[in-house]
Design a protein around this ligand. Structure first.
Ligand code: ZN
Length: 77
């Protein structure tokens, strides 16, 4: 009797961590927004980048406490 009854994870489908919200994201051809978990997270991530880029120079000029604002986003991860 062959014991090929053991279910194994599908090769193309697995769960990864969404870079935007840190939640589970389905990494499969069904998810057009991978590695994000959905359209919202993908758009949010792109928007955050654009906003940050825009905000930094303006805030730095208006506030003397710009040092805190100028922290690299990479340090927050
Ligand atoms: Zn997400």
């Amino acid at each position: 009797m062959p014991e090929n009854n053991v279910p194994h994870p599908t090769f193309a489908t697995r769960t990864v961590t969404c870079p935007a919200c840190g939640g589970p994201s389905l990494y499969s051809p069904d998810n057009a927004y991978r590695p994000f978990c959905g359209e919202r997270c993908k758009n949010h991530d792109l928007g955050a980048w654009a906003n940050e880029d825009f905000r930094l120079p303006t805030t730095a000029r208006e506030n003397d406490d710009a040092d805190e604002v100028l922290q690299s986003p990479q340090l927050l991860q």
